[in-house]
Design a binder for this molecule. Structure first.
Ligand code: COA
Length: 327
């Protein structure tokens, strides 16, 4: 069995910034409502001609250069996304062509906002088995293509972006992945979903105006389940490897809502200075929030090698999970 180490990170957020005041011109909302209920001040929105894979390209290139390797060195690319370029082929293969990583096996994962945590576990397992030396794991979303821009309940919450991490296979004794737990509960499918556009109900000329073509969410129910499951995941992931919350140096939670983040922090019992928050700048970028946050934290210089770092996420499905790393 091999070990894994994150040797590089990167991110990309589209140039176009949409503020809460900009949104208040389109739907009945206000900067104060959005900030008070969510903590979000702005979000980055991709250009019409930017697909999710285009957001991945600079994030991938930043991560590769941070890792000191080239695209040609990659053996594996996994992209976690719920907003792929096309139903198929998968976004990772489209990214492969754009960055020229022609040796890599490529596929995508859809686990909504938990996508990066799932993708990290899959990539780590593959790398630890010894067949892959360098893996690129990306969370990327163009959620602006999924959102109903006339629905104030959802359009204020989401943004576009991509975050990337390069994983290297290392000796077992140097392994940095201490634990990873994944979970799902498919009984709440309709609390957070896009009803139309898949094989169950294909998009047709007849449902062109149906709100079901866009992401829909029962916000209050999602909020409660997110807090409970994220907090329990952190506790369980730590307990399983005999760590306590006091051992955590940094918690990077999925960035959906500052109130969810602080409720999780309170339930876990962690000091707020150890909880990384950047939702105010990006909104909820689903699978991209954790790798974007990881890159910001790593590049700030505050995340040191050897520190205990925990990711925790919750998303549509529902899916949730936590990762414990000795960074
Ligand atoms: N601007 C102004 N008013 C808004 C609004 C907006 N953008 N969106 C909703 N409202 C209104 C609602 O219509 C409701 O009005 P009503 O009481 O007259 O019906 C009122 O604000 C309160 O709505 P409520 O749903 O109770 O607010 P809330 O405190 O639960 O906050 C969310 C709403 C969506 C911010 C919150 O539930 C949330 O963050 N949920 C989780 C979302 C999420 O992160 N999902 C992804 C997880 S992976």
């Amino acid at each position: 069995m091999k070990g894994i180490k994150i040797i590089g990170t990167g991110k990309y957020a589209p140039e176009n910034i949409v503020t809460n005041d900009d949104l208040a011109k389109k739907v009945e909302t206000s900067h104060d409502w959005i900030v008070t209920r969510t903590g979000i001040e702005q979000r980055h929105i991709a250009a019409d001609n930017q697909a999710t894979s285009d957001l991945c390209v600079p994030a991938a290139q930043n991560a590769l250069s941070d890792a000191g390797i080239t695209a040609d060195d990659l053996d594996l690319i996994i992209v976690a996304t719920l907003s792929p370029d096309k139903p198929f082929p998968n976004t990772a293969t489209i990214l492969q062509r754009k960055i020229g990583a022609m040796k890599a096996a490529c596929f995508s994962i859809e686990a909504a906002c938990t996508g990066f945590v799932y993708a990290m576990e899959v990539a780590s397992s593959m790398v630890r088995c010894g067949n892959y030396k360098y893996a690129l794991v990306i969370g990327a979303e163009k959620l602006s293509s999924q959102v109903n821009w006339s629905d104030r309940n959802t359009c204020v919450l989401f943004g576009d972006g991509a975050g990337a991490a390069v994983i290297e296979s290392v000796d077992e004794k140097d392994n940095t992945l201490l634990n990873s737990i994944l979970a799902s509960d498919g009984t709440h499918e309709e609390l957070l979903h896009t009803a139309i556009g898949g094989s169950a109900t294909p998009a047709t000329a007849d449902n062109l105006e149906d709100p079901g073509r866009y992401l829909q969410m029962q916000g209050r129910e999602v909020f409660k389940l997110a807090v409970t499951n994220m907090a329990n995941s952190v506790k369980k992931a730590l307990e399983e490897v005999n760590l306590s919350v006091d051992d955590i140096d940094w918690l990077i939670p999925h960035q959906a809502n500052v109130r969810i983040i602080s409720a999780v922090g309170d339930k876990v019992g962690i000091a707020s200075e150890k909880v990384f928050v950047n939702v105010q700048k990006y909104g909820n970028t689903s699978a991209a929030t954790i790798p974007i946050a990881l890159d910001e934290l790593a590049r700030s210089g505050e995340l040191k090698r050897g520190q205990i770092l925990v990711f925790v996420a919750f998303g549509g499905g529902f899916t949730w999970g936590a990762t414990v790393l000795k960074y």
